[in-house]
Design a protein around this ligand. Structure first.
Ligand code: UDP
Ligand code: MG
Length: 152
């Protein structure tokens, strides 16, 4: 089953939007398989955003995501990577569609509340930076058959 890595950024925690954001993924029918509150080290943040190392916003971005605690999560479901990207919305919260997390709660391109892996390849790189295998919980959801999509 497809898994994706998601992180509520420091602005989401400071604005007390953790529950609200998690609820968006839950109500869609995705399954939570990993969850932690922690503060990223500068090194971890730089690794997570290493593809942006040469971009002008990189150092500011690292400063921002290390400025307070974040909530890191792993969500599971068929097509979870693309579904979560659609739920969070476009990068620039000011122009993100209403109904998306960024579109409903943000105004900034940097403080856009949430990170989510953009492809299965990104999941393979990002997820192990924040979770060890024994922090991912294997279990069945009681309502799985009512959501109408099987594992395959
Ligand atoms: N970002 C920024 N300035 C920009 C573009 C991006 O500060 O001009 C930040 C923003 O927080 C964004 C993160 O860098 O979420 C990673 O950028 P990316 O293009 O990968 O956007 P995402 O995948 O988060 O939508
Ligand atoms: Mg990205």
């Amino acid at each position: 089953m497809e898994r994706t890595f998601v992180m509520i950024k420091p602005d989401g925690v400071q604005r007390r939007l953790v529950g609200t954001i998690i609820a968006r993924f839950e109500r869609k029918g995705l399954k939570l398989v990993g969850l932690k509150l922690l503060r990223l080290t500068e090194e971890k943040a730089a690794q997570l955003y290493s593809i942006h190392r040469e971009r002008p916003f990189f150092s500011e971005l690292v400063r921002f995501v290390t400025s307070g605690p974040v909530v890191v999560m792993v969500w599971e479901g068929p097509g979870a990577v693309a579904i979560v990207r659609r739920i969070i919305g476009a990068t620039d919260a000011a122009s993100a569609e209403p109904g998306t997390v960024r579109g409903d709660f943000g105004l900034s391109v940097q403080m856009n509340l949430v990170h989510a892996s953009d492809s299965p390849m990104s999941v393979a790189r990002e997820l192990p930076l924040l979770f060890s295998q024994d922090e991912l919980v294997d279990y069945e959801m009681a309502d799985a058959e009512w959501l109408g999509r099987s594992d395959e």
